[in-house]
Design a protein around this ligand. Structure first.
Ligand code: PGA
Length: 251
């Protein structure tokens, strides 16, 4: 991992968790408080219903929280949506945007993701902007073209002096137990880094690029050691304190 970038391990709970799950976060906070200080920032992105109570429970362990989506507008007649200032009000510091499940389930375009990212930045949140190819796109030799075009269109030009995070998540690796080879991860992360540097100069060199997709205690050490991998976005394995703690400890 690049020395100058503070690594980040973010848990994406997706549509999982009720108030009973808060006990797992208290356990994780306990594990973190008892052990060596983690060499990374630890973020949990629970469902919006749990943001406020989870933020309170997580804070003593040094864990911060994030949302899983936000609307481009700060308020208004948008039933069921959540605005960036609401996430901030509930204690969030980050927000995941453009996850492949949102791109697929809600037909989110990269242009929409970019407008959400601008809203997030404007509210003081750090967006975790997700990109990644499908299995068919990889088989067709199109992975780099797809990922770089998503990156280009999803990342806003102006970060308002704040930071952003990019997560490379091959769609076919999410929740499947499959992962790309180390060489494929290294190549994609190098490509993303190069694009960010070309576009943003030193700012682009400092963006944490996370890997996501079946990151587990058993493969975390190897994957997190790959050049330009500055942490991970973890789905399934973030739901259990022991598994998530093992991934954090692998940094
Ligand atoms: P997974 O999900 O770790 O369960 O594969 C990762 C993600 O979708 O962020």
């Amino acid at each position: 991992m690049a020395d100058e970038i503070t690594p980040l391990i973010a848990g994406n709970w997706k549509m999982n968790g009720t108030s009973a799950s808060l006990a797992e976060v208290a356990r994780l906070a306990g594990l973190l408080a008892a052990g060596e200080r983690p060499r990374c920032m630890v973020v949990i992105c629970p469902p919006a219903t749990l943001l406020a109570p989870l933020t309170a429970i997580a804070a003593p362990g040094g864990i911060v929280t994030g949302g899983q989506d936000c609307h481009p507008l700060p308020n208004g007649a948008h039933t069921g949506d959540i605005a960036a200032p609401m996430l901030v009000d509930a204690g969030a510091q980050f927000v995941i945007l453009g996850h492949s499940e949102r791109r697929a389930d809600h037909a989110e375009s990269s242009e929409l993701v970019r407008s959400k990212a601008m809203a997030a930045i404007g509210s003081g949140l750090t967006p975790i902007i997700c990109v990644g190819e499908t299995e068919a796109e990889r088989r067709a030799g199109d992975a780099e073209r797809i990922v770089t075009s998503q990156l280009e269109a999803s990342v806003p030009d102006d970060w308002g002096g704040r930071g952003i995070v990019v997560a490379y998540e091959p769609v076919w690796a999410i929740g499947t137990g499959l992962t790309p080879t180390a060489a494929d991860i290294a190549q994609m992360h190098a490509t993303i880094r190069q694009r960010l540097v070309d576009r943003f100069g030193a700012g682009g060199a400092g963006v944490p690029i996370l890997y996501g997709g079946s990151l587990k205690p058993t493969n975390a050490r190897d994957i997190l050691a790959i050049e330009n991998v500055n942490g991970g976005l973890v789905g399934g394995a973030s739901l259990l304190a022991n598994d998530f703690h093992a991934i954090i400890s692998a940094v």
